[in-house]
Ligand binder design. Sequence first.
Ligand code: CA
Length: 243
Amino acid sequence: MTLKPTVIVIEDEKNIAEFIAASLSAHGYKVLTAASGQKGLSLITSGLPDIILLDLGLPDIDGIEIIHQVRKWNQLPIIVISARTQEQEKVLALDSGADDYITKPFGTPELLARIRTAMRHSQHSGSNVLSALEPMYLSDGLKIDFLRRLVTLKGEEVHLTQIEYKLVSLLAKHSGRVLTYDYIINHIWGPYADNNNNQILRVNMAHIRRKLEANPGEPHYIFTEIGVGYRMKENQQEMDGKE
Ligand code: CA
């Protein structure tokens, strides 16, 4: 019997807060809820949470401000709860230090997957990447061996260009999490990248999809988060034994 992970839910919409609390309690989490930013901040101080779920549109304090406040003193995983239309806010939240976001309406499996991913990454000493002991990404027949720089799909080698490999391995090392366009571009092309790189990124992603996806229009491995970035399907290998 292990200690239940504690989740703090800061959300002023009662229905959503109650839905989250019920879903997570049923799956072995201890849930504390706050309907305002002020109450949320004091709960974070007193409740010793393992993870925070944060609505951006709160009655008193802007959710982004809460992220800034929390990040001044700790690196707790924060998942933002956002509306479908808040693309710029999602990007701002991620750039402000949120780990991920989940878009309303969402179901329990998606919520649990996001929490699992965020908590796992935070356990990897804040590095947000697969540890050296897990030098491989594996999901539904797609395997990326980071040491050998080898990508195989159902046992067949996939031939990627250098830049395509860099993109795929970056996404795979952060699998389950969204990476913003800016993050990816900075990481691959460095700080001097310009608008041109947006286009180059899109073109390369299209090439990658043609090589990896049975149906590039309905991707199975790498998902587009419209207006935000890309998210790679969770590493299945990492999930073993965690359920
Ligand atoms: Ca709200």
